[in-house]
Unconditional design. Structure first.
Length: 191
């Protein structure tokens, strides 16, 4: 091969590398994605609940170490395992599910470590029409090729904390703690 073609070959390989560096989109798998919450009750035990229905999309550009997350949570599907308590939580002074049936989490600040592993996702949670800053810390994150779908799946476990009073839910303070711990399990299928 003549040497004069080496610059063109190098340009071709650099363009291939640039193409691989583009953002990749993932759709959240509702069967492997959930949000649970925990709040301390009278300093003795922890109340726990979950939202049974949510969906959304994630975009990750590993080379640029950035991304975007957009999640919609159907707040009406909250469950604690105690139907009477679930009904109470849906009332206007708490989740107000009749007036605000959905919550959203949108994040455009994803932080990665030097090796390219996702560390934190920072954005805004909109709950009851109020925006609350929220950072989710990655407890673990990874990707694999699903043997059934033959598609890449990425996901992990994330934790965050917020104050329920920031969403106007100050019922029973201070007996029921203001701080709420969020635990998010998420898996997205490459589109």
């Amino acid at each position: 091969m003549p040497w004069r073609y080496l610059p063109l070959l190098a340009l071709g390989f650099s363009l291939l590398g640039a193409a691989r560096a583009e953002p990749v989109g993932y759709r959240l798998d509702p069967t492997h994605t959930s949000v649970t919450w925990e709040v301390l009750h009278f300093g003795t035990s922890t109340l726990r609940g979950r939202f049974a229905s949510l969906g959304g999309d994630v975009e990750i550009d590993r080379a640029a170490r950035r991304g975007r997350v957009a999640v919609e949570i159907d707040v009406r599907t909250l469950q604690t395992g105690v139907p009477v308590f679930d009904a109470r939580l849906r009332e206007r002074d708490l989740f107000a599910t009749a007036d605000h049936p959905a919550a959203w989490f949108v994040a455009e600040r994803l932080e990665f470590d030097a090796a390219g592993h996702l560390q934190t996702v920072t954005g805004e949670l909109t709950l009851k029409g109020r925006s609350i800053g929220l950072t989710l810390r990655a407890v673990r994150f990874g990707c694999y090729t699903n043997p059934l779908w033959r598609k890449e799946v990425c996901g992990g476990d994330f934790e965050g904390r917020l104050r329920r009073s920031d969403a106007g839910m100050d019922v029973a303070l201070p007996f029921v703690a203001d701080e709420v711990v969020l635990r998010v399990q998420a898996e997205g299928v490459r589109q």
